[in-house]
Design a protein around this ligand. Sequence first.
Ligand SMILES: *Cc1c(COP(=O)(O)O)cnc(C)c1O
Length: 237
Amino acid sequence: MKNIADNICTVRAQIARAAKVTGRKPQGIQLLAVSKTRQADELRQAFAAGQHAFGENYLQEGLDKIEALADLAIEWHFIGPIQSNKTRPIAEHFQWVHSVDRAKIARRLSEQRPPDMAPLNVCLQVNISAEESKSGCMPDDVLALARDVAQLPRLKLRGLMAIPAASQDPQHQQRAFAAMRTLLQQLQTEFPLLDTLSMGMSGDMDAAIAEGASIVRIGTAIFGTRNSNSNTQETPL
Ligand SMILES: *Cc1c(COP(=O)(O)O)cnc(C)c1O
């Protein structure tokens, strides 16, 4: 049986090493365990090993786990594509949303965020490799979207998220991450409190950390390989 606790240790060590190589502090990089397709008891094992932030892509699956794990103080992040008629349960049950890519979704999340909860932390998803099939707003549209989101009272704009196009060429990957860093720096001139770059997955976390990632989203390296066809980020909710 794979050992989730060992894997988490290994990933944390890799993050620390990648941070050190580029002169960063490991504490500046948060590990988000991506738990799509995993069973609640696998998340329990990860939690027992000290992992308290989890990311889910599919709404119903995420809600089921939030209910099953209500006894644990988990920070829940929604990282999948969002349909506008599914925003309410996201606003009611998650602390973070990484995948906001249009103003309509942001407006609904703000309206539907319960008043007794803290503002919902939001990252804008950027289609940094300009792939036609991918979600995310185009880099040229990020500033306008950020201005819209910054007006919304029940959202707290934190930064940017991206899933660069898969590539065999690590330099290609690194250029995409570097472009994200530049985009965030541009936004920070107008929104100095932005502090989050959500980028880097099991296969490319070193490059993401070198370019300033503050949250890495790691699934496979913690929980093992997923069954095929349940791992595409574009599957509808
Ligand atoms: C699945 C997924 C991840 C994790 O990918 P791994 O390669 O398993 O680490 C990260 N981010 C998003 C948006 C995902 O859908």
